[in-house]
Design a protein around this ligand. Sequence first.
Ligand code: XUL
Ligand code: CO
Length: 436
Amino acid sequence: MAAFPDIPKIKFEGPDSDNPLAFQYYNPDEVVEGKTMKEHLRFSVVYWHTFRANGSDPFGAPTLNRPWEDGTDSVENAINRARVAFEFMEKLDAPFYAFHDRDVAPEGDTLAQSHENLDKIADVFEEEQKRTGIKLLWGTANMFSNPRFMHGAATSCNADVFAFAAAQVKKAMEVTHRLGGENYVFWGGREGYMNLYNTDMKREMDHLGQFLNMAVDYADEIGFKGTFLIEPKPKEPTKHQYDSDAAACINFLRAYGLMDRFKLNIETNHATLSGHTMMHELDYAGAQDCLGSIDANTGDLLLGWDTDQFPTDIYLTTQCMMAILKHGGLGLGGVNFDAKVRRESIDPIDLFYAHIGGMDAFARGLKIAAAIRADGGMQEFVDQRYSSWDAGIGKDIEAGKHDFKSLSEYMVNKGEADANASGRQEFLENYVNRFV
Ligand code: XUL
Ligand code: CO
């Protein structure tokens, strides 16, 4: 039986439509900068928030109406839920999805039992992927919910937990590979510390480096060619997560010889928790050739935690798309809605409104960013701002023709630096507003 019998397939109707179950801006086949919107954005639905969230929070019980759930943690319920998930994604016209092993299949009494449960769901996913053409953007392993991971997984003080985590990731990689997953994500759930008094940070980081190298070796063994992604987040659940921001992750990847196999999965709410804008994190990752994928969501200015709300702010999506286009697109990555409806948004139809809004916001951001780039005014300003590096002393410095002695001689002779020009921040903010 259909879970969403009254909901039609969501279609593009254009900006004049007032149909809340239609796209006003996301037109999958519309070409922007030589690629279709569908190719640029590669929208993905997350299994955990969309099909497993129940509206509970630390202060209250579940609230969300999910009539297809039978209230048990059985494999049968998980199979039925998988069918519902594909019905939802098909109606939404979402080309990709993402999951953690433990979102999709119940954890068994033993690891072998958990593996078996996961295989049963993977059978259903395989069938549904074939039926619908929907693809797996990435898989990952949940190594933070079960109490065994209280001290971390790859960074646990308990070596057996490291071994358990390895077994779990091995299986999650196999399932991701079997389902044609285009990436495999590591978000360091509890890879961090609460207090340095009881923590050997160096040893924990070394273990994490070793763990990720084992993952790369195993990928080679099974022929998994997808990109590995690390997802930075500075805090929550631990006080200090080792993968705290893009810069920290990239330093880690370099230190442990992982740069050629890993990129980053940048999430908006994680960026802002780390005291950076999403645009900063994307531009930093892009500058280091590490921009892999994004977890699209937003936090709340007035709340200091990971609220994982759907992105509707056009400035945010414009800035995301400016950075993404600047660095050549997301490649095998996508715009993955790591976002959940509020616990007061209790109806199944709210899942549609939330995703439609996020997809439209990103489609608008894409079009606005492309228009800004086509106009060229901002790029021209930036080029001009750095023009002292295009000739004369600047060009020679960049070419490596100078050292402190020659620069000292140059400036002692000259006496004073050339005058500075205005940075024109307000002018540029107004300029962006012309396109929004
Ligand atoms: C947690 C988070 C995760 C990762 C996947 O904040 O974002 O859901 O995206 O483990
Ligand atoms: Co995420």
